[in-house]
Design a protein around this ligand. Structure first.
Ligand code: BGC
Length: 501
């Protein structure tokens, strides 16, 4: 998962808390989980564009690539090649359900440690792969790491962050994901010229952050919420004092105890999620994941080098362009951090929908007109395509990217918050899997039409945001029902079933 934060009740900024050095160290170590996720997203495209890798595992794709002038759009279309990328997300989807259980039963810290162990074994298998099965097994274990990491890390971070910094920290996790993607594209660029094992180095690179997470996690604490949840109340209180850097934590401690007691009374949160009054956050939380993926962003993130080669760039130029889009992604996420609490969520979603739609349409038109199936793109057109891809990535990075995680984290009520969030995470993994598995075949079947396909989705999601996504900027997360849902022209009808509430 890319991640986000689950914002918890008891958010009152009145709680005494300092931003301690210890919390800072914990945040940095835990956020390495986001970095690994981003690295995995970014590395696949570069590796699948490397000839040595293709010759070893996908000789048929390599042969087709050599005949590239015969069909620009289909040279990489191979179900196994796509399985290499997508297997990770399917594994992550399954793993996130196990991870939500280990998070509650064992704690956030052991779940993160499990994640780093899965990552390490996965990296070993994938980078040392002697055959396809080792390679896919490696990717599956990496997926388990992503599933465990993405469930535990955001929870961990939100629970140790001082309340007033929680919102900003939410998007910092997404920032780490984008930095991971960027590092991967630089690694792809550097290792592509190392023959014949550059791809092994690229895949092995994830081992470094995985080791940092494994050893770093020995330094960090368990969260007070998790300790109190598991009846270790004294330890919970002591940890709270340590991370807040103040002696008087009674108020926050009491609110955590209450929150845990109340949450314990809800015996079946998943069932509660199916009740009508849970519908607004559930429908919005799940649809945002579908929409986030159907912006087409991962078609770019996974396959940027492949895509740039498709539109006529050479091997290295294509990898370099991916470095450029990666940098744009990181910088624009910073813009998102700055704007989200100023302009609000809806403005960003709507503004970016227009921006992304225009870029997709123009790219589609240029490719349809100038590239055709067998032609090549002129230098100017190719440059324009890269610029448009950058502008498109910008829009995503300050809107549908981070907000896809932020909005579900702030709209579920406490008693169903972690479960609702876990459903959103697995839904995201599912659609990420769908895009990873289908994109190259879709590119082959639809040709430049793929850009019109994503454009159509952007129109749908823009309209959805316009009519159904309410503004949650500045609203206290425990007041969402009264201030937001009960006043919304459509969602208010689900709030009338008082017997459900
Ligand atoms: C998405 C990822 C995507 C990334 C790009 C995240 O919010 O969940 O699927 O690759 O953004 O920066």
């Amino acid at each position: 998962m890319a991640g986000g934060f689950v914002a918890f009740s008891g958010d009152s900024p009145a709680f005494q808390a300092k931003m301690t050095v210890y919390v800072f160290i914990c945040v940095v170590i835990a956020a390495v989980g986001g970095l690994i996720f981003g690295y995995d997203i970014g590395i696949s495209g570069g590796v699948t564009a490397m000839d040595d890798f293709l010759i070893k595992f996908f000789p048929a794709v390599y042969e087709r690539k050599k005949q590239a002038h015969e069909d620009n759009y289909c040279k990489y279309d191979n179900q196994f090649l796509q399985l290499f990328t997508s297997s990770l997300y399917l594994a992550a989807l399954v793993a996130s359900f196990f991870a939500s259980a280990t998070c509650s039963k064992l704690g956030r810290k052991p779940t993160m440690q499990l994640a780093s162990i899965f990552f390490l074994i996965g990296v070993g298998l994938a980078s040392g792969a002697a055959n396809m099965y080792m390679l896919i097994m490696g990717r599956i274990l990496l997926g388990f790491g992503v599933g465990f990491g993405n469930q535990a890390v955001p929870l961990f971070l939100s629970e140790i962050a001082p309340a007033r910094l929680r919102g900003g920290l939410n998007i910092v996790f997404q920032l780490m994901v984008t930095i991971g993607i960027l590092i991967a594209s630089v690694v792809n660029y550097l290792t592509s010229s190392i023959h014949p094992y550059g791809w092994r180095l690229a895949l092995g690179g994830a081992g470094i952050p995985a080791l940092i997470l494994l050893f770093g996690s020995l330094l960090i604490c368990e969260t007070p919420t998790s300790l109190i949840e598991r009846n270790k109340t004294e330890e919970g209180k002591a940890t709270l004092k340590k991370i807040r850097g103040v002696e008087d934590v009674d108020e926050e401690y009491q609110s955590l105890v209450h929150a845990c007691e109340f949450a314990r009374q809800v015996k079946d949160p998943y069932r509660r999620l199916m009740k009508p009054h849970s519908r607004p956050p559930l429908v919005i939380g799940l649809l945002l994941q579908l929409f986030q993926q159907f912006t087409g962003i991962n078609a770019i993130m996974f396959y940027a080098p492949v895509l740039f080669q498709t539109v006529g760039f050479g091997n290295n130029a294509a990898l370099l362009s991916a470095v450029i889009t990666g940098s744009v992604n990181v910088l624009s996420t910073l813009v998102g951090i700055f704007l989200v609490d100023r302009t609000g969520r809806r403005f960003l979603l709507l503004q970016a929908a227009v921006q992304m739609l225009s870029c997709q349409l123009v790219i589609g038109i240029i490719l349809a007109k100038d590239l055709g199936v067998k032609g090549t793109l002129g230098k100017t057109e190719a440059m324009i395509v890269v610029i448009l891809v950058c502008v498109y990535v910008m829009g995503f990075a300050w809107s549908w990217g981070p907000l896809g995680w932020l909005i579900p984290s702030e709209t579920f009520p406490l008693e169903t918050r972690t479960e609702g969030y876990a459903l959103a995470v697995s839904c995201n993994m599912f659609f990420t899997f769908v895009i990873a598995q289908a994109f190259l075949s879709m590119l082959c079947a639809m040709k430049s039409g793929i850009f019109f396909f994503f454009s159509a989705w952007i129109v749908v999601m823009g309209l959805f945001a316009l009519f159904f996504v309410p503004e949650t900027k500045g609203v206290s997360i425990d007041d969402i029902k009264d201030s937001v849902w009960k006043r919304h022209w459509y969602w208010k009808r689900f709030m009338r079933q008082e017997h459900d509430v």
